[in-house]
Design a protein. Structure first.
Length: 81
């Protein structure tokens, strides 16, 4: 069976958003707690800077090596070509 087209999906999303907004406009009070955005940071968020401190020097090293190889290829193309 074929998938829904992008246009059909967009129409469905627009209908759902419109219905949700109409439902909210009828509500006069504040949003429920489960809809409001949380103000605390989840405990799953971690600081990876200490764990991956070797990555930046290695990326620099890889860039230098790649640049040198490209430079050698350009020089060889002039010498041999």
């Amino acid at each position: 069976m074929a998938k829904k087209s992008r246009l059909a999906k967009a129409k469905h999303r627009a209908r759902v958003a419109k219905a949700a907004q109409e439902g909210r406009s009828q509500q006069l009070g504040p949003l429920p707690a489960e809809i409001q955005s949380p103000t605390t940071i989840s405990p799953k968020a971690q600081d990876f800077t200490g764990r991956y401190q070797y990555v930046i020097p290695e990326v620099k090293r890889i860039g230098i090596i790649a640049g040198a190889i490209i430079l050698v290829i350009i020089i060889l193309s002039f010498v041999l070509g």
